[in-house]
Design a protein around this ligand. Structure first.
Ligand code: WTA
Length: 653
């Protein structure tokens, strides 16, 4: 008998050998157990961490409207940095924790042992303390992919401060908004960030951001390139220098399982990014468990996840999950295509990487350069591949499988979100037969439901399509939005009461496999980065020449989705190519380079309903060049607007 909730386990093939069958049965047996008795199951899993005071309570969660509350292991205490560092130092201090590969391939890589990781983390913790940072205070981290980023995150965890990492590609304005929203007292940055042969002036970006922040915010600076920077005495602190003078010992704080570990801002369907809050005990249990199980992590492996620590993948699968497991983590400062399209494979070969986890956009951009870049390298150390961030198209999957995986390595397509803390739907490397483009089956404890978007009814048939919700809590789930619990409830639990709503559409096939079809809200996924259309719109209308703007996504060969902007200019402003360039630069400056519009189409008017609502559905169709099926346009206030937009549809790549 196959329970509805065990869909996917059904895919156990009969023709596999008995050891695969045993792994399959154990994996899906655990899945069944995790749903049957979450308290017993997750109580057991928590033992993978070292607790100061082990929890006696496991799950205390409610998705009920008006009372959304999520607590795991609530009476346990621990320290996250001690779990990620000290316990490994106790058993194997000389094991390499981080292999750092710099942007410049000619510069030497660094091998940082767990002992060194402890010392550097403690030094930063001591500097933070010296400058008044206490448990619960917020520290914004605006750093490139350098070991100091991991040290600083762990240093915050060590003293119980809450970090908020801001991707180094964000603009001064975006940084200022995040410093202010989290009411941070310190921002940690570097002089410069070299990447792909270019350099971003992080310190000067931070200077510009701090003009909009409280005077009490201190700025700690890592001397990374040693380049010349502007210095504000009394506010700026030379972190590199102070680390040299700080003690390499710092005791760790006892932190409640439900005390916040970090805030990470992510885009939603309104203009203001949300500060997603993750706590300590449940998050770490979940990040470390998923890293070990889904990526088949074993002692001695060299694990490489190509994400940036500015995104959640970097938090869970570069820093917290792998380090909690005592892994050797590769941290890469550069980009896949510089100095040439063989860089990833150079690094795999050089450091004998065993698991390689990347994103569809990177794979597509490398695919476009031809397979010779891969084929000319020795990738025999690899045993597993991963992909995350957006749906992977079968063409890219097959290329990845063929050329990088030599047609034999499993590809772990992991579906999850900033809000979920760790994997939600993803295959087990041995137990789950793969289908290119499907994230396959839910991880332990995850109870997906497919819901009819218009009626909210749960679709019970195995083969079905709708929006993806989750019926019950898991330990890695975000607990709230910083300073706005109501927004958390409304965003995730308001639409389909009783369920967590992912914002994604999905299809479930006859084998119970899930196929994520992309966001159904006004969030774009551009090169695996979440961008709110409202954020880009508000940046555009902040320009003096712009009266109104509407932004939608369209299919883009490399980025997955491109950013298509319809812009209505102020009366009397001439639409010129020069202005188009100005607006592109403007959006880059307002939000960051990742938000640069791919297409700007001048729109004398936007299609609106009689009540004034912009009909994005129509704008999406025009951007996709799918104008034969515009659907119902009878509610348009002025149908001629649409004809004009179609006639003047922007040419794009
Ligand atoms: C999308 C990244 C399909 C999805 C970890 C989700 C995916 C959003 C996949 C979250 C995948 C992520 N297959 N879609 N394997 N992984 N997504 O918060 O739309 O940056 O809602 O977290 O990325 O993006 P976020």
């Amino acid at each position: 008998m196959l329970d509805n909730e065990l869909r996917g386990a059904a895919a156990a093939p009969d023709d596999v050998n008995s050891s695969v069958k045993a792994v399959h049965d154990a994996y899906y047996g655990n899945y069944a157990a995790s749903l049957a008795d979450p308290d017993a199951f997750w109580g057991e899993q928590a033992k993978r961490l070292t607790w100061i005071s082990p929890p006696t309570k496991v799950k205390n969660t409610s998705f009920a409207k008006g009372n959304v509350s999520i607590k795991w292991y609530e009476d346990g205490t621990l320290n996250v940095s001690a779990n990620c560092i000290d316990r490994h130092v106790a058993t194997d201090p000389e094991r390499v924790a981080i292999i750092w590969e710099p942007d410049n391939p000619k510069a030497p890589a660094r091998h940082i042992t767990y002992r060194e990781l402890l010392e550097e983390t403690c030094r930063i913790a001591n500097v933070l303390k010296k400058h008044g940072v206490k448990k619960g205070d917020r520290v914004v981290i605006y750093l490139p992919m350098i070991p100091e980023a991991a040290y600083t995150m762990l240093a915050c965890a060590r003293i119980g401060a809450i970090h908020s990492v801001v991707f180094a590609g964000f603009s001064p304005d975006s940084l200022a908004n995040r410093i202010n929203d989290s009411d941070a007292t310190v921002v940690v940055t570097a002089d410069f960030a070299p990447r792909g042969g270019r350099t971003t002036a992080l310190k000067s970006n931070t200077d510009a951001a701090l003009l909009h922040c409280s005077d009490r915010v201190k700025c700690m600076v890592v001397r990374h390139t040693g380049g010349q920077i502007h210095w504000t005495p009394g506010r700026d602190i030379d972190l590199t220098e102070e680390m040299r003078n700080a003690s390499p010992y710092c005791s760790y704080a006892e932190v409640g399982a439900e005390d916040p570990l970090f805030i990470l801002y992510t885009s939603g369907s309104t203009g203001k990014p949300k500060g997603v809050v993750h706590t300590s005990g449940g998050y770490l249990t979940y990040a470390s468990l998923t890293h070990e199980v889904c990526f088949d992590y074993k002692a001695g492996d060299v694990w490489w996840c190509t994400a940036d620590v500015g995104w959640v993948t970097g938090h869970s699968y570069i820093v917290y999950g792998p380090l909690a497991n005592g892994a050797t983590v590769l941290m890469f400062e550069g980009v896949p295509t510089w100095p040439d399209a063989g860089r990833f494979w150079d690094v795999v070969d050089k450091h004998k990487v065993t698991q390689f986890h990347s994103a569809p956009t990177a794979i597509r951009s490398l695919m476009a350069q031809g397979p010779e870049w891969v084929d000319s390298h020795d990738l025999s150390s690899l045993k597993l591949l991963g992909t995350v961030g957006e749906p992977i198209n079968p063409e890219a999957w097959n290329w990845y499988h063929q050329h990088v995986g030599k047609a034999k390595l499993p590809i772990i397509d992991a579906f999850w979100q900033t809000e979920t803390g760790g994997h939600m739907i993803c295959p087990h490397p041995v137990a789950t037969p793969l289908k290119p483009g499907s994230a396959t089956t839910p991880f332990w404890g995850v109870k997906p439901v497919v819901v009819d978007a218009s009626t909210g009814a749960v679709l019970e048939d195995t083969k079905t399509e709708g929006v993806l919700c989750i019926a019950d809590s898991w330990p890695g789930q975000a607990r709230t939005i910083w300073g706005d619990h109501q927004r958390y409830e409304d965003t995730y639990f308001g639409q389909y009461p009783g369920f967590y709503f992912t914002g994604d559409g999905c299809r479930r096939d006859e084998d119970g496999y899930y196929w994520i079809t992309g966001r159904v809200d006004d969030v774009l996924n551009v090169s695996g980065h979440r961008m709110g259309t409202a954020e880009i719109e508000s940046a555009l209308v902040a320009h003096e020449c712009v009266a109104e703007a509407a932004v939608v996504g369209y299919p883009h060969d490399i980025k997955g989705q491109g950013i298509y902007c319809y812009v209505t200019l102020m009366k009397g402003v001439e639409p010129t190519d020069d202005l188009r360039k100005q607006l592109e630069t403007w959006v880059r400056q307002e939000i960051g380079p990742i938000a640069k519009p791919d297409v700007i189409q001048w729109a004398p008017g936007l299609p609106k309903t009689r009540s004034g609502k912009i009909m994005r559905r129509i704008l999406r169709k025009i951007a996709e060049n799918d104008v034969g099926t515009l659907g119902d346009t009878s509610t348009l206030a002025d149908p001629s607007v649409v004809d004009d937009l179609i006639a003047n549809r922007a040419n794009r790549a």
